[in-house]
Design a protein around this ligand. Structure first.
Ligand SMILES: Cc1cc2nc3c(=O)[nH]c(=O)nc-3n(C[C@H](O)[C@H](O)[C@H](O)COP(=O)(O)OP(=O)(O)OC[C@H]3O[C@@H](n4cnc5c(N)ncnc54)[C@H](O)[C@@H]3O)c2cc1C
Length: 460
């Protein structure tokens, strides 16, 4: 057997996984003056971020946009020279629809709209007045339990359940409120009430003269993949694709980690695992593996549909619409992609991106192409007033799409962290801890590098 290529010089930081978590970690580490090497198993980088240019459409197979609400994202974009390529979502994106009674109803964005909305009954609206008087949770609650207890079941059915489908493709009966929506959980934990907490946050923002929006919904002119692609260019030959890591081993005497796989082996003082939980379980084995394997990753299919504008009766004047689980439809919701950002469809056409599968019905994401398209078109037909067949379709399937922060997620992470604490120089940075959004992944990457740099300084 020929000898595997061996890195002659160990780097400071080895990053396993070339999704946005790994790429951003490597980029920030480079900025901090470290030598890095990224190893990506697939032939392409970016992980769940995939943009396709086809027949005049610009399709996102994974994330369609990101919320830029942390300085780390601005640093990354500026450092990569991408400021001009960044685009903000159409102002209409503030309008979000929920399907109810066969029609798309806009989610209320202010008190007057709330009083008028047919999404909630007068009784459901009155129920809100009780919220400030409800006590704190006594045990780890699911998102469904928490919302029903504090806001009533109508809020769960028509606001939170569809929101959870939109973000996690998840099931609110299983998601942990503390792990999946920590900001909401903190309002109760810190202020005893969501309403009081929200008012306190508004006052804080005013005091700190933070008057602007709390985040901007953005993408890039040529699609989300612009971001990982630019990091890849910046990293140059410090990145290898088609390089799956199959084993990690530490030489305590030399203080070095070695990652090896079929294409070579690389050494470094520190390693960051930026891979999905199941892949991390294989590399860590030991006591962390069962906890990592217990994190559910349901399948999701993203279904891009191109129509001539005159085939769609709805104004498509918003972000898109979500379908509450209690309606029993097969689609989770759909984005009005060509309303959100320019350049997503040829002139006179529109692009709609629907999602199917997720925690409640992962099997739908694995339907044969025709059956999947029929299911999605059947659900979208009435609410959007569709006429005729789409003129363009593109399916993207993710067998393991989005990690679910379900009940027990906190304990599972504690078990994993306890194991990692015994492995000096090994770190975790992926979307199964501390947030799943692209913005979360970038922020967490920047934080990890800051922590590592501080650790190095302290050690002298
Ligand atoms: C359909 C869909 C829609 C989404 N929509 C949005 C959205 O609109 N906005 C938003 O903010 N977020 C969205 N998300 C979430 C977001 O895209 C992801 O959470 C994020 O991109 C994950 O990045 P990551 O780097 O942590 O993981 P991944 O992207 O999963 O990257 C992990 C990488 O590790 C590699 N790898 C695995 N094993 C090994 C190994 N042994 N050796 C080397 N490499 C390995 C994989 O090939 C992969 O490239 C969406 C996700 C999906 C699936």
């Amino acid at each position: 057997m020929p000898a595997l290529p061996t890195a002659d010089k160990p780097v400071d930081l080895l990053v396993v996984g070339g999704g946005i978590s790994g790429l951003a970690t490597a980029w920030f580490a480079r900025q901090a003056g470290w030598t890095v090497q990224v190893l990506e198993a697939a032939p392409h980088t970016g992980g769940k971020i995939r943009s396709f240019h086809e027949d005049g459409y610009l399709v996102e197979g994974g994330p369609n946009s990101l919320l830029a609400n942390d300085p780390s994202f601005d640093t990354l974009v500026a450092g990569l020279g991408l400021r001009e390529a960044l685009i903000e979502a159409n102002a209409a994106a503030r309008r979000r629809y929920v399907l109810k009674g066969g029609r798309l109803q806009a989610l209320p964005t202010g008190p007057l709209a709330f009083l008028r909305t047919p999404l909630f009954s007068p009784r459901g609206k009155l129920r809100l007045l009780a919220e400030p008087f409800i006590g704190r949770a006594t045990h780890e609650e699911s998102l469904a339990e928490f919302v029903t207890r504090r806001l009533g079941h109508e809020f769960l059915d028509w606001a939170i359940d569809p929101f959870v489908s939109g973000v996690y493709a998840g099931d609110p009966q299983r998601l942990s409120v503390r792990a999946a929506t920590p900001k909401v959980y903190a309002l109760e934990a810190e202020h005893g009430s969501l309403l009081r907490g929200a008012l306190a946050r508004m006052r804080e923002r005013r005091r700190s003269l933070q008057t602007g929006p709390s985040g901007r919904m953005v993408s890039f002119r040529e699609g989300m993949q612009t971001l990982p692609d630019a990091i890849v260019v910046a990293l140059g030959d410090a990145l290898a694709t088609d390089a799956p890591v199959e084993a990690l081993r530490r030489d305590a005497a030399r203080g070095l980690w070695t990652a090896s796989g079929p294409t070579g082996q690389w050494s470094a003082r520190q390693v960051v695992l930026a891979v999905p939980a199941a892949a991390a379980a294989r590399l860590l084995d030991g006591s962390a593996a069962p906890a990592l394997q217990a994190i559910p990753y349901p399948a999701v299919a993203s279904v891009a549909l191109g129509f001539r504008r005159d085939q769609v009766a709805h104004a498509l004047d918003g972000f898109g619409f979500l379908i509450p689980g209690r309606l029993g439809l097969r689609t989770l919701g759909a984005l009005f992609s060509s309303t959100l950002f320019p350049g997503r469809a040829p002139a006179g056409h529109v692009l709609i991106t629907a999602f199917a599968g997720g925690r409640r019905h992962p099997e739908l994401a694995e339907l044969p192409d025709d059956a999947l398209l029929d299911a999605v078109l059947g659900d979208l037909h009435g609410p959007l007033g569709l006429r005729g067949e789409p003129v363009y379709t593109h399916l993207t399937r993710w067998a393991q799409a989005i990690p679910q922060y379900e009940l027990g997620h906190g304990q599972r992470l504690q078990q994993v962290q306890a194991e990692v604490a015994r492995l000096p120089g090994l770190h975790l940075r992926a979307n199964w801890l501390d947030g799943i959004s692209v913005g979360d992944c970038v922020r967490n990457a920047a934080r990890l590098v800051t922590e590592l740099a501080e650790g190095e300084r302290k050690q002298g």
